[in-house]
Design a protein around this ligand. Structure first.
Ligand SMILES: [Zn+2]
Length: 299
């Protein structure tokens, strides 16, 4: 989804309030057949209906002229407008208020935190592939994780050092404030200083459905506790709202129309390796209502 100016929350609010069958039904007479609705295509001339709308997936597709998409695409085509205007039209219809100057600041902050996460993920990934990542590479190999998977899931390694990532991010020009908000560094309880949250851990970046890195999971390489550690819950990252593997598996989920649910990161990765790509993991929580409705957008 080309969200750009709009944040995910705005789009989710619109999508939860407007049903595509009702929306398209305002202009096209639709008949239900099986689990789809059918009508005469508004985008090409035809006498028998080849235009279909799926209520479950909130998508439309014409088998005649091959036009298809979601709510926004429909309005873009119907009214000949850009994505941004389509969102405005639908927001007004749904009674959702769009970002204004007041909350623009929060969105800028969100974008900056995403940029920190992306830089951190790239850093961890390089560490894994470097000499200091050799023990981590060995561990992954032992667990049966392939090189292709390391790339596909952007796996990484956080070294044992206390401030390596922080120094790297500061050098990259990120502000100390934004680095703190991202949660990749943590305040020491005894001293007034910060240290890298993940040390000597295999890093699993957690992607949102639209490929943003919203947080990290880290598995301790050596002995100790906690074995698994996540980025703290932030505005951006709430475990209950996300599914590990969704970004990598979403096309397959749509195609197969069913999902395999597993518990851990490595379970998810190994399913991918044997060709079962319609798989997601629940991020170590019990499967939540929010995760269920997220998944329902695909299967
Ligand atoms: Zn058509």
């Amino acid at each position: 989804m080309m969200s750009g100016y709009f944040n995910d929350q705005t789009l989710q609010d619109i999508e939860s309030r407007i049903d595509i069958v009702e929306l398209i039904g305002e202009n096209v007479s639709l008949q239900r057949r099986g689990n789809r609705y059918w009508g005469l295509c508004p985008f090409h001339t035809e006498k028998t209906p080849s235009f279909s709308v799926s209520q479950d997936k909130q998508l439309f597709y014409c088998f005649g002229c091959h036009v298809g998409g979601n709510l926004y695409t429909y309005i873009m085509k119907r009214d000949g407008v850009e994505f941004r205007q389509a969102v405005e039209i639908l927001a007004q219809k749904a009674g959702v208020s769009l970002p204004t100057a007041g909350n623009q600041k929060a969105m800028d902050r969100r974008r900056q935190v995403l940029a920190v996460n992306e830089a951190a993920a790239a850093y961890y990934h390089q560490c894994l592939l470097s000499e200091q990542g050799l023990p981590a590479q060995k561990y992954l190999q032992k667990r049966g994780v392939s090189k292709e998977s390391i790339e596909l899931f952007t796996l990484g390694y956080a070294s044992e050092r206390w401030n390596e990532l922080e120094q790297y991010l500061l050098k990259k020009g990120f502000s100390p404030e934004i680095i703190k908000i991202s949660g990749v560094i943590k305040r020491s309880q005894r001293q007034n200083r910060y240290y890298d949250l993940f040390r000597d851990r295999i890093i699993f970046p957690i992607f949102s459905y639209n490929q943003d890195i919203i947080g990290f999971g880290g598995r301790l390489l050596g002995e100790g506790i906690p074995k698994y550690l996540n980025t703290p819950e932030t505005d951006l990252f709430s475990k209950r709202n996300h599914l590990y593997g969704l970004a990598q598996g979403k096309l397959s989920l749509r195609g197969k129309n069913e999902a395999i649910l597993v518990e851990g990161y490595i379970d998810c990765i190994k399913m991918h390796q044997v060709g079962l790509t319609n798989v997601v993991a629940s991020l170590g929580t019990a499967f939540t209502k929010e995760q269920a409705s997220l998944l329902a957008r695909y299967v």
